[in-house]
Design a protein around this ligand. Sequence first.
Ligand code: 0L1
Ligand code: MG
Length: 253
Amino acid sequence: MNTLAQCAAVVDEAARTATAIPQFTESGPLGVEEAYAIQALSMERRFARGETLAGIKMGLTSRAKMVQVGVAEVIWGRLTNVMRLEEGGALSKRRYVHPRIEPELAFIMKRELCGAVSPAEALSAVEAIAPAMEIIDSRYRDFKFALPDVIADNSSSSGFVVGPWGRPDQDFSNLGIAMEVDGRVVQLGSTAAILGHPLRSLVAAARAAAAIGGLKPGWIVLAGGATAAHPLSVGQHVRTRVQNLGSVSIKVG
Ligand code: 0L1
Ligand code: MG
């Protein structure tokens, strides 16, 4: 088994060059703590290339996602400025190995939030909420991995796009979500699929982010996919509509 720094270099290079790699767990045991250490080291390499931390993503927060991946644990990853895509813009599929897209709810923070907090405390630190989509792209061959592999691979996070910001003082516990590809609905869900209420995901994010000094003002938190993810192909136009919050879209080039 390689050192943690070597694993970080391998997964970072796989992401940078959009090249599939074998799972780390195929060549030896890897614990969850070690996997988060690899994630941190691989993200340090991106920061050394000029990317900046823009927030965090929560993963496997819905039953559909847990079933799709075959685990029962919430995970997290880091978002960078370079991963953010322009709303209504285009992504280049060549930059990814085998990208998928999923509908999400995004928070933007107005205050720091760190450690064990109540849902009310979490909500009071939120500036706004928005419909969003995350592009996930496992760097592992055939999109197959064990839990530590995916954590080491920044929890598959590869890109995100955020729609119009709305007030956080509205009921967003159970809003309908429809994700369309070229006008055809491919996934239907509800924000309630995100841990029963997306705010619970923010509470979990504050706890997770204690490891990196807490969530900071201006950071984006992706609450997690509300449905299973959908594979992306060149030429597609993907739009997610969230009840009361508007829509967010991206083209695949
Ligand atoms: O919910 C998520 O964002 C899960 C990401 C990790 C699993 C996957 O790649 O499907
Ligand atoms: Mg996600």
